[in-house]
Design a protein around this ligand. Structure first.
Ligand SMILES: NC(=O)c1ccc[n+]([C@@H]2O[C@H](COP(=O)([O-])OP(=O)(O)OC[C@H]3O[C@@H](n4cnc5c(N)ncnc54)[C@H](OP(=O)(O)O)[C@@H]3O)[C@@H](O)[C@H]2O)c1
Length: 288
C-alpha cells in the first residue's frame, strides 16, 4: 500500500511516520513541497506516487489566532480539505481526515457520539466542521473523518511541553479546571489511522481519544507528577484550578468535549490517558 501524508512537520504527521507499518510506502508532504490550497500541485504529486491512501494531518490549528485570521483558517481547514477529497476520489484513494472535539458546543454532560449535533463556538471549530462537510459531499464513498481532542506528542508544540516549561520557570501555576475532555497522545491516534487505512466497512465519522476523562487542571497535575518521576522536573510547585473566566481567550472553547469512542475501540486498543502521558514523558526524558 502507498500513502501520502499531508502536513509533514506537525505532531500527528511525525507520529504517523514513527508508527508506519512495514508494508506501507509513504510520501510525506509539507508546506515547502506542495501548496495544499491549489489543486494542480497536489493532484500531480498524488498521481505520480500512485497512492492508495491520503491522510490529512495538516490543519490551521492556532485556535485563538483563527478568530481574526478567518479566511486563512477556512482556506486550510475547508478549501484545502475539499481539494484533497476531490483528488482522493479521482485517484481511487481512501481519504482519512482528522477533525476536532471543537465542532461541539460543550453544553452536553455526556460523551458526544459521532451522530451528536454539532455547534462550534469558534472559527477554528466552524472551519473544521466545514472541512468535514466538504468531505461528505465530495468523497463520501471511501473517506473517514476522525474527531479527536487535546492532542500532544513528543514532537511539536503542545500543552505537555508548555506545562513542563512553565513548571520550571514559575513558582506556582493556575490551570483551567472547568473544561472537561480527554487528552490524546498523537501516537495512539496515528496507530488508529493506520488501522483505518486498510479497514473494511469504513464508517464516515469516528471519535478517537485516549481512555478516561480529565480537566486541563487534572492533566497539568499528572504532567507534574510524571515529570518529577522521570527527572524532567526538579522541583514541585503548587498548581491551582482556575475557572475559564479567569483565563479569557479570543476563542470560546467547549466546557465539555468528551468524545464517545466506543465504536473505535473495536478497531484499535485504547489506552488510558495517564499511561499514554507517561509514554510521552519517558520519550521527552530520553531526549533531554
Ligand atoms: N492539537 C490539538 O490539540 C488537536 C485537537 C483536536 C484535533 N486536532 C486535529 O488534529 C490534526 C493534527 O493536529 P496536530 O496537533 O498534529 O497539528 P500541528 O502540529 O499544528 O500540525 C499541523 C500541520 O499543518 C501544517 N499546515 C498548516 N497550514 C499549512 C499550509 N498552508 N500548507 C501546508 N501545511 C500546513 C503545519 O505546517 P507548518 O508546521 O509548516 O506550519 C503543520 O505541519 C489536525 O487536523 C487538528 O485540527 C488537533
Amino acid at each position: 500500500m502507498k500513502a501520502v501524508i499531508i502536513g509533514k512537520s506537525g505532531q500527528l504527521a511525525n507520529e504517523l511516520i514513527a508508527e508506519l507499518p512495514e508494508d506501507i510506502e509513504v510520501l510525506s508532504l509539507g508546506r515547502s513541497d506542495v501548496d495544499i490550497t491549489t489543486y494542480d500541485d497536489l493532484s500531480a504529486k498524488v498521481k505520480s506516487f500512485q497512492s492508495n491512501v491520503i491522510i490529512n494531518a495538516s490543519a490551521y490549528t492556532a485556535v485563538d489566532k483563527a478568530e481574526s485570521d478567518i479566511d486563512v483558517a477556512y482556506a486550510i481547514n475547508e478549501k484545502a480539505v475539499e481539494i484533497m477529497a476531490k483528488i482522493a476520489k479521482e485517484n481511487n484513494c481512501r481519504f482519512l481526515h482528522v477533525s476536532t472535539d471543537f465542532v461541539f458546543d460543550g453544553e452536553s454532560n455526556i460523551a458526544y457520539d459521532v451522530s451528536s449535533k454539532t455547534n462550534p463556538t469558534s472559527v477554528y471549530g466552524a472551519s473544521k466542521l466545514a472541512g468535514e462537510q466538504a468531505i461528505k459531499i465530495t468523497h463520501p464513498e471511501n473517506s473517514a473523518i476522525v474527531r479527536t481532542s487535546w492532542v500532544y506528542s513528543t514532537y511539536g508544540n503542545n500543552f505537555v511541553k508548555t506545562m513542563l516549561r512553565l513548571m520550571e520557570e514559575k513558582e506556582q501555576l493556575g490551570v483551567v479546571g472547568d473544561q472537561i475532555g480527554c487528552p490524546t497522545n498523537a501516537k495512539g491516534l496515528a496507530q488508529f489511522l493506520w488501522l483505518l487505512a486498510s479497514h473494511n466497512d469504513l464508517e464516515q465519522v469516528y471519535h478517537w481519544s485516549d481512555a478516561g476523562v480529565a480537566s486541563w487542571y487534572d492533566f497539568a497535575v499528572a504532567i507534574q507528577e510524571l515529570g518529577l518521576k522521570h527527572d524532567l522536573l526538579d522541583k514541585k510547585i503548587p498548581i491551582h484550578p482556575i475557572s475559564s473566566s479567569a483565563y479569557p481567550t479570543p476563542a470560546k472553547r467547549p466546557k465539555f468535549s468528551l468524545l464517545n469512542t466506543a465504536d473505535s475501540t473495536s478497531i484499535c486498543k485504547q489506552v488510558h490517558w495517564r499511561e499514554q502521558l507517561e509514554l510521552c514523558i519517558i520519550g521527552l526524558s530520553s531526549e533531554s
